[in-house]
Design a protein around this ligand. Structure first.
Ligand code: GUN
Length: 259
């Protein structure tokens, strides 16, 4: 994990990821840099990690300080170690329905839907938020499963008109408790990707859990909903990367059935 600067939320995410690695027996390293570091120094470290055969997964924790360009650092990560699925090659693979590494948060949402027996095909799935980390990859994963997909943004006119018609609603806006019960269809599946620190120090999602839980068919809490799933899928992608690296390293045996 590569982390630059002192964004508090990022430090907590990275600590939780490292803890999950140690709990599951995955070796991990945290490469921390001060905000004043040069981009070249971070790029050099990524290159060293690319070349280190004991490391199978690399991630750059986002957001980066303002004077860094996300895309330059992400482009430097070896495609086969990009366990966040943010490298352009992996994004392209996802767009064309050939995902190699799927971004962890929407991947975790898909896994929750699947494990809860919630159908995606033919459903109207709405995501509020159009980020590269959540909104866009979420929409692509739903499309691949045959949903009718709507992406809403902070500029969407008549947001309520879309959210009220969602069979599956994912919210990633960073606006605490903005989705109230009147914005939700009865029986809908509501998945809250938001995590906001309230003035009283408590964490709150983008969904008003107490009112929406009375109306939704399924709902995820904050904390304890999507967050742990994101980490689980990161571990999943990392194991997958290690498995692929090992398969690559095995001698290829000609089994004689390719005539
Ligand atoms: N910042 C918020 N979510 C994520 C994530 O899934 N990966 C990384 N690298 N940074 C993030």
């Amino acid at each position: 994990m590569v982390i630059v600067g002192n964004n508090l939320a990022s430090s907590i995410y990275v600590r939780n990821k490292a803890k999950a690695c140690s709990e599951t027996g995955i070796y991990s390293e945290v490469h921390e840099f001060p905000e004043s570091v040069s981009e070249n120094e971070v790029l050099r470290r990524i290159q060293e990690l690319n070349e280190n055969t004991r490391i199978h997964g690399i991630l750059v924790q986002l957001p980066l300080p303002r004077h860094f360009e996300d895309k330059r650092l992400i482009a430097a990560i070896a495609v086969e170690k990009d366990v966040d699925g943010f490298h352009l090659n992996n994004v392209g693979a996802l767009v064309t329905g050939n995902a190699v590494f799927s971004p962890c948060t929407p991947y975790g949402v898909m896994r929750m839907l699947e494990k809860s027996g919630i159908q995606v095909e033919g459903q109207h799935a709405v995501v509020v938020g159009r980020s590269n980390i959540v909104g866009k990859p979420m929409a692509l994963m739903w499309l691949e499963k045959g949903a009718t997909v709507t992406i809403c943004t902070s500029k969407t006119r008549d947001l309520t008109g879309y959210t009220r018609r969602a069979d599956i609603l994912v919210v990633a806006t960073g606006k605490p408790r903005m989705i109230t019960a009147d914005l939700v269809k009865a029986g809908a599946t509501v998945i809250d990707v938001g995590i906001n620190r309230m003035p009283n120090g408590k964490l709150a999602g983008d969904v008003d859990f107490d009112s929406v839980k009375e109306k939704a068919g399924y709902i995820t809490p904050v904390p304890g909903g999507v967050g742990p799933m994101t980490i689980a899928m990161l571990l999943y992608n990392t194991i997958e990367a290690a498995r692929r690296a090992q398969a690559e390293a095995l001698p290829r045996i000609n089994v004689g059935n390719n005539t």
